[in-house]
Design a protein around this ligand. Structure first.
Ligand SMILES: [Zn+2]
Length: 353
């Protein structure tokens, strides 16, 4: 098989790049007989930092066929790397490795409190056991995910339990992500020093500077929250009674403020249908985030946060190539010309060479 080559302007700098995939590593040393896959504007691929592939509806078990379908949708949208903060089960061996999968980090099944979260999904250890269970998971896969709040009025996980979980997870070299969708959950998450707050709805903007200082990332899943809000608001009676509305209504503002405050913001699409990372980038831009920073959240910044370098010599050989600069034309994001993962072409736009 020929060595693949990409040439054009690499983001974030927009400088000329000319890279060859030496197996799963980029090199700028020319390789004779390499196949020029595409020329254009090149990203190290898009990153979906919050996605749960492999189950059709909440509560269903992980399904191999659906998992393949979901991952294919990610690849076709230019996503070369995902983080799954919670899965319907332990994924098969090929997940994150085979040609039909983007690279992947995952936290195994969600950890939640009794009586909270989606029925049929996740594990619910006793509070006293949660730190050890989280550490065990993180030791296996690098991440653990804890649902620390759920419906309005549900108990938020005690800060001592969560702090102990963070300590234990860090001690095994892992990281901890938490689901939070209430102000009180946000306080506990930031106080406990978790690595990433997922959703963060209702989070007090006063906490953003502390998050930036201590390196707590935020994955706002803005497009999915905005879509749910629109659905609820379509029924005024329901909207009047819904606890969801105030937090969701403030979420775009909160997200823009987080970027402004220097918090590491990660793009994530959360639910099906998969492959919607371009929608999340558009939602970030609509919230007032610059296109450069919105794409950063869905590409090089997220990649670096997850420990992978961008388009440099020696980096893992991933790329998504676009005809034009997606920062000045977000529409480019809908039609990657070519997508390369681990030095192999995994997607080619219909009609392109
Ligand atoms: Zn989620």
């Amino acid at each position: 098989m020929a060595v693949l080559r990409v040439r054009g302007f690499g983001l974030p700098e927009g400088e000329p790049v000319d890279l060859y995939a030496d197996g799963d590593r980029w090199t700028s040393d020319p390789v004779a007989g390499a196949e020029l896959v595409a020329e254009g504007w090149i990203l190290p691929g898009l990153v979906d930092a919050h996605t749960h592939p492999g189950a059709e509806t909440p509560g269903q078990p992980l399904d191999d066929g659906i998992l393949r379908e979901d991952l294919r949708a990610h690849l076709e949208s230019g996503v070369t790397l995902i983080r799954a903060p919670g899965l319907a089960g332990d994924p098969p061996d090929w997940f994150g490795r085979a040609d039909e999968s983007p690279r992947a980090f995952h936290a195994g099944p969600w950890l939640a409190q009794h009586g909270q979260f989606m029925e049929g999904w996740g594990r619910r250890p006793k509070p006293a056991d949660l730190p050890a269970v989280a550490a065990e998971q993180a030791a296996r896969t690098g991440w653990a995910k804890v649902v620390i709040d759920w419906q309005l009025g549900d108990d938020v996980m005690p800060v001592e339990v969560l702090r102990e979980a963070v300590t234990r997870v860090h001690a095994v070299g892992g990281r901890l992500a938490v689901h939070s969708q209430h102000a009180a959950g946000g306080v506990v998450a930031v106080e406990a020093g978790v690595d990433s707050v997922e959703h963060g709805m209702g989070l007090d903007p006063e906490l953003l500077s502390r998050m930036a200082a201590q390196g707590t990332a935020l994955t706002p899943t803005l497009s999915v929250i905005t879509a749910s809000l629109a659905k609820i608001n379509a029924d005024p009676e329901r909207a009047r009674k819904s606890w969801y509305v105030p937090g969701a209504s403030a979420h775009a503002r909160l997200t823009a403020a987080a970027v402004e405050a220097g918090v590491t913001v990660l793009a994530g699409t959360d639910s099906r249908p998969h492959g919607g990372i371009a929608h999340e980038i558009r939602a970030l831009v609509a919230a007032g985030v610059s296109p450069h920073q919105a794409i950063a959240a869905a590409s090089w910044t997220a990649r670096s946060y997850l420990g992978l370098p961008g388009l440099v010599d020696g980096a893992p050989a991933d790329a998504a190539v676009f005809d034009g600069d997606p920062r000045t034309d977000l529409g480019q994001l809908d039609k990657p010309r070519a997508v390369i993962v681990r030095g192999k072409r995994v997607h080619r736009r219909v009609g392109s060479q």
